[in-house]
Design a protein around this ligand. Structure first.
Ligand code: GLY
Length: 347
């Protein structure tokens, strides 16, 4: 088991390894006294993992209940959020009690926001069950639900008080979802760690999950500690994401986040290379690593169509756009461009 400690507005541990779920009862008792615990999970994850976790908490003398919602991004909305808040109120939860987010990114984002809102803040534990949630969304405190106008438009920063990344959960993850998480892992390699990139580029990663997740969480921890509230350096985590958000929106969310990030990284690096914005060529290496990990490297959407979608995004509000570009594999930089110049780069 590995431990990564995050020192943000809250200090908390991220525990990573096989079987760390068994530590949940003891950690809850030591961190929070004897609170009531509400698991939040989607129907898919609940069917696989909820009963055994609930039993382990009951055996430790804890009062446990759950809120289960239909799986999928469509549930990450204000209606489900307020259903969860009403559930907590009707069942007389207090701010001393604990919400445990058991699931992927949708569950973590929704639960994190509910924990911030209910009685102005109750305790929060993140238990990610997808690779993407383990390496990205469960750490760093970004929470949100989607609005009709776009994804993640209503949210707050709310750091958890404990994150348990049990690598055993990844054995029940569909290969497509595992590949989505690998897109974010490859992203960390490109932006911050050429050794991590080399470790994962062949696609043979199943024996190395604990060190890979630990390295990703450590990179994210360092960025979050430097810029918790996303006013500067944290933008580096968005490498590939500007075009990814456009690809997701243009496909009506038929292209998953991880696959859109894979394509977004390829497109932006091709553009950077053509415009001599990289110090060393890296596009071919990134494409090879993505292909070996079961990820796409291109889309039928033209750069012009993606540019139109990008300029609709909330990130362009002041007429400029910050692009994250690699110097080479393992190091990157952020550069702001006027929107008109971005059109030129993409054409
Ligand atoms: N997922 C990007 C961030 O947490 O800032």
């Amino acid at each position: 088991m590995q431990t990564v400690t995050v020192n943000a507005s809250k200090q908390y541990d991220v525990l990573i390894g096989s079987g760390v779920r068994s530590l949940l009862p003891g950690k809850i008792l030591s961190l929070f006294g004897k609170p009531r615990v509400c698991f939040v999970s989607d129907d898919n994850v609940a069917a696989l993992h909820l009963a055994s976790l609930e039993d382990s908490l009951k055996q430790a003398g804890l009062d446990v209940s759950n809120f289960v919602f239909p799986h999928g991004e469509a549930s990450k909305n204000p209606v489900v959020l307020f259903d969860l808040l009403e559930h907590l109120a009707q069942n007389r939860f207090s701010r001393k009690d604990v919400l445990v987010a058991l699931g992927g990114g949708v569950t973590g984002d929704l639960t994190g926001l509910a924990a911030a809102l209910y009685m102005r803040g109750m305790h929060l534990v993140q238990m990610p069950t997808s690779l993407l949630a383990m390496v990205d969304s469960s750490v760093g405190g970004k929470t949100a639900v989607d609005l009709k106008a776009g994804k993640n438009l209503a949210g707050v920063f709310n750091q958890p008080e404990l994150v348990l990344c049990d690598t055993d959960y990844l054995s029940t993850l569909p290969p497509e979802d595992f590949a989505d998480g690998m897109a974010e892992v490859i992203k960390y390699g490109v932006i911050a760690d050429d050794a991590l990139f080399d470790l994962v580029k062949s696609g043979n990663v199943t024996d190395q999950l604990e060190p890979i997740i630990t390295r990703c969480v450590t990179i994210k921890r360092d960025v979050v500690e430097a810029d918790e509230f996303d006013t500067g350096r944290r933008a580096l985590l968005n490498f590939g994401h500007t075009l990814a958000h456009a690809i997701e929106a243009e496909s009506n969310y038929a292209v998953s986040h991880g696959k859109a990030v894979a394509i977004g990284m390829c497109r932006i690096v091709e553009i950077a290379e053509k415009n001599r914005l990289c110090d060393a060529p890296c596009s071919a290496k990134i494409k090879e690593a993505l292909t070996n990990n079961g990820l796409p490297t291109d889309t039928a959407f033209s750069n012009a169509a993606l540019f139109d979608a990008v300029t609709k995004d909330k990130k362009c509000a002041d007429g400029s756009l910050t692009l994250i570009l690699p110097h080479r594999i393992g190091t990157c930089y952020a550069q702001s461009f006027p929107i008109a110049d971005v059109r030129g780069l993409l054409s």
